[in-house]
Design a protein around this ligand. Structure first.
Ligand code: ZN
Ligand code: ZN
Ligand code: ZN
Length: 286
């Protein structure tokens, strides 16, 4: 059953960021609501999550339990997207819910993190090999450009231009939904790599999700996109036919530097043949 709900829509710092008093964080403290953002995470269906990061426990209290989730697609190994504490949550929770395996999917280079966890006693008490032996946790290696099928969805990771904790390139997920629509989850993409733009030429995306980790500033960061860079990317994707009048774009993984009302105002000024909206925690799009 498709759900398509943003569970978290902030960049790594969260909004408000705990040590920060910038105008964006102060606006969120004052107004709450859509201005409050937890770390990025997306519930695709009852069985599939995209990332399981630093705020997953709080998000689950708000949006529903994870007992039915069987597959977790990881974009990359930064802690805002993948929090090893969640392995312990499986131990505690599966004592009271059906003891089925939870499958985690990471791309080849990101898998170095799994190999590290298997060896170290200093992350979740070194419990991972035991959980794998018991079949509670199963890891799968993905390759960029190679499609796999999970619960009626066709999943293809494309190469992002953002380096995770073990130096891996992030995974941007192209997803063929069971109803025929195509969803693209492009968080921590950085400026798109030529091979990724090329791969996207073969697809018309119905639901396109982009990062905007630098907010409205024209700051440059090799691993992230600012709002002006998102605009340029959308133009490029429209020119090559990946985005069409039938597409719908959402912006997520948003910086604390720009408040929600400022982001919404900037998105309203764009002129594309498709809507571009600012995501917020709890928004459902499927
Ligand atoms: Zn991130
Ligand atoms: Zn701030
Ligand atoms: Zn990251």
């Amino acid at each position: 059953m498709l759900i398509g709900q943003f569970w978290g829509t902030s960049a790594a710092e969260g909004i408000p960021a705990p040590f920060c008093r910038c105008p964006g964080c102060e606006e969120a403290r004052k107004n709450g609501g859509k201005s409050l953002r937890t770390r990025s995470c997306f519930r695709l269906s009852d069985k599939i999550m995209l990332d399981l990061g630093a705020d997953a426990v709080t998000q689950s209290a708000k949006f529903g339990d994870l007992a039915d989730v069987e597959h977790i697609l990881i974009t990359h190994t930064h802690e805002d997207h993948l929090n090893p504490h969640m392995f312990m949550e499986l131990v505690w929770g599966r004592a009271y819910t059906p003891k089925k395996p939870t499958h985690f999917y990471l791309t080849e280079d990101a898998f170095k993190m799994v190999e590290h966890w298997r060896k170290t006693p200093w992350i979740v008490k070194g419990i991972l090999p035991k959980l794998e032996k018991e079949g509670l946790v199963v890891f799968h290696k993905l390759s960029f450009g190679e499609r796999i099928e999970i619960d009626g969805c066709g999943i293809t990771p494309l190469e992002g231009n953002h380096k995770g904790n073990v130096g891996e390139n992030s995974a941007l997920y192209l997803i063929d939904l069971p109803d025929g629509r195509k969803l693209f989850y492009g968080l921590d993409s950085g400026p798109y790599l030529p091979q990724t733009l090329e791969a996207l030429k073969a697809h018309q995306i119905d639901l396109f999700i982009s990062e905007c980790s630098l907010g409205l500033s024209d700051a440059k960061n090799p691993g992230h996109l600012s709002f002006p860079e998102v605009e340029t990317l959308l133009k490029q994707l429209a020119d090559q036919g990946t985005l069409t009048a039938k597409s719908h774009v959402w912006i997520s993984h948003i910086s604390h530097r720009t408040s929600h009302p400022e982001m919404v105002a900037a998105a309203e000024k764009l002129s594309f043949p498709f809507p571009v909206e600012i995501a917020w925690d709890g928004l459902k799009i499927l």
